[in-house]
Design a protein around this ligand. Structure first.
Ligand SMILES: [Zn+2]
Length: 87
């Protein structure tokens, strides 16, 4: 399989997503990952209810895991949706 030529265009498209360099939980010590707090968890799910990957959310591995666990708990107690039916 041959690879296409390396792209060298001036504008490589960046994802139109919020890019946060550092983990917000490491930055802000007061921020607590709490499964009972949908305000915080909302940042880490898409509007369809999917968990936003670490590459995009910018979380560090430790906190991303905590967020994931918190999200799953929140789903189970119906604070957050598993999916949002968008049709
Ligand atoms: Zn962190």
């Amino acid at each position: 399989m041959k690879r296409p030529m390396e792209r060298s265009g001036p504008d490589r498209k960046k994802k139109p997503f919020m890019r946060r360099k550092v983990c917000r939980f490491c930055t802000d010590k007061k921020l607590d990952i709490d499964y009972k707090n949908p305000k915080i968890l909302r940042y880490f799910i898409t509007e369809r209810g999917k968990i936003i990957p670490r590459r995009i959310s910018g979380n560090c591995a430790k906190h991303q895991r905590q967020v994931t666990v918190a999200l799953k708990r929140a789903r189970n107690i119906a604070i957050l949706p598993f999916t949002t039916a968008v049709r």
